[in-house]
Design a protein around this ligand. Structure first.
Ligand code: PHE
Length: 339
């Protein structure tokens, strides 16, 4: 039995096979266990002698079995260590550092500039209802602005029976802010906006930053000062010419478009003699204040909105809009920023 067990143990290549040998010898129905049980059948003298011999054999077998287990475990550990071995002298693989997309960079810069003027950040959902995107902003149904904006409508209506749209501008967040916060308030709203428009200079998804300030005794002078300071800080040109031109938006009265000076031929910003339209603005229309539950006799507001891609292209001399959305690492290496 000892010889057979030794042979079986040597043949057991893993713990599972080893356990089968162990059970076959020392288990409840194992060969040795069987022989011990049969001691009851022999005479008392024989039993003493044979019993002592069997117990010695049992000890020998048990230690052989234990030794094999230890050997198998050591071998398994060696194999694992060999498999997991690593060469700590190898040079590391190059890590390609991430870069900040120019759109994110512009939003961060605007947050910093307006933050210093006391503006917080507000956000709203890309899927809006047509009341916040149009109605509350004094853009009635069938108004040309709804068609101008080439709205993407989603099927169905929300719980209040309002049509759902992909917001065509960040202005609905003006409504969300005024209906959820008490004035005075100052926020900027960066975010994605959508219009069914696609060519070399338009993308169906683009980004805007909205601004909204509500306070007592706010005037056009505050609006102008705020935007002139912002534009000069953002473009880093302390004497950047800024021009306010009378315009029309349904949600502001009066409304003004804002131009900055540049040189049309060279594309250089500053006092080049030409004007470039850069943002829309105005005093929040009394109807819009009232629609949002703010008393226009007590509170005034100014608001503005601008396209992020456009100011980013101007600031950094990026010639083409389309690569903004193409995730081309070569473009990002060229125009991206270190975090
Ligand atoms: N929402 C306007 C647009 O998308 C911009 C704007 C915002 C104008 C706020 C005035 C005030 O063109």
């Amino acid at each position: 039995l000892k010889a057979d067990t030794d042979a079986a143990l040597a043949a057991a290549e893993d713990l599972r096979a080893w356990d089968a040998v162990r059970v076959g010898v020392l288990g409840k129905n194992g060969t040795l266990t069987q022989q011990l049980k049969e001691l009851g059948k022999v005479s008392p003298e024989q039993r003493r002698e044979r019993g002592a011999a069997l117990n010695r054999l049992k000890d020998e077998l048990a230690s052989a079995i234990d030794a094999r287990r230890a050997a198998l475990e050591a071998a398994a550990l060696d194999a694992q260590l060999a498999a997991e071995r690593m060469d700590v002298t190898l040079p590391p693989r190059p890590v390609v550092p991430g870069l900040v997309h120019p759109i994110s960079r512009t939003i961060e810069e605007m947050a910093a500039i307006f933050g210093a003027m006391g503006f917080g950040i507000a956000e709203g959902p890309d899927v809006e209802d047509d009341w916040r995107n149009f109605g509350a902003l004094n853009i009635p149904a069938h108004h040309s602005a709804r068609e101008d904006m080439d709205t993407f409508y989603l099927p169905g209506t929300d719980a209040q029976g309002r049509r759902r749209v992909l917001r065509t501008h960040t202005s609905p967040v003006q409504v969300r802010t005024m209906t959820s916060q008490e004035p005075p308030l100052r926020v900027i709203v960066p975010g994605r906006t959508y219009r069914a428009d696609h060519d070399a200079t338009h993308s169906p998804m683009f980004h805007q930053v909205e601004g909204l300030a509500i306070d007592r005794n706010l005037t056009l002078g505050h609006l102008k000062g705020c935007l002139i300071d912002f534009l000069r800080a953002f473009f880093g040109i302390s004497n950047l010419p800024v021009r306010f031109r009378s315009s029309y938006f349904p949600f502001t009265e009066p409304s003004m478009e804002v131009d900055i000076g540049w040189n049309r031929k060279t594309g250089e910003l500053g006092g080049g003699g030409d004007w470039l339209e850069i943002l829309g603005s105005g005093m929040v229309h009394a109807k819009v204040l009232a629609n949002c539950g703010i008393d226009p006799r007590e509170w005034q507001g100014f608001a503005f909105g601008m396209g992020i891609e456009r100011v980013t292209m101007l600031k950094h001399g990026i010639p083409d809009l389309r690569p903004f959305y193409e995730s081309d690492i070569r473009w990002l290496r060229h125009y991206g920023f270190n975090p």
